[in-house]
Design a protein. Sequence first.
Length: 139
Amino acid sequence: MGKLYTQEVNIRTVNPTVQHFATDVALDVVKQGEVYDVDVIKQSITNILLTIMGERLFNIQFGTNLFTMLFNSVNTYATVYAVKTHLIDKILTFEKRIAIYENQSTVTFNPDSNELFVSITFKLKATAETAVWENTLVL
């Protein structure tokens, strides 16, 4: 039987009253699981939208069918609207810290360059801060 190796997590104290995991996240935040930072939320949205459904073995509903949908006729209004609705639904399913301004969010397909431009305008529920996630996907 092989030997089991364990490694202790190095917890440093930057401020004597707050223990930190790494240097930028306080332990109480890690325990609660809530981080309300625009960059963190944007990365979460990126993870949701660029993960293919079924890719995460223990959470097969996580992600989108974006790449499957893109093989349809993307240049039609109905398909672009369906893609936008699907992306917003998936973001709201897995990212509970935000509200999305659907009328300010856009999905635009450029058939000449085979690019899909996605812009999602959202508000952080905890701070009411508004931000925009934008990405251009080359098909």
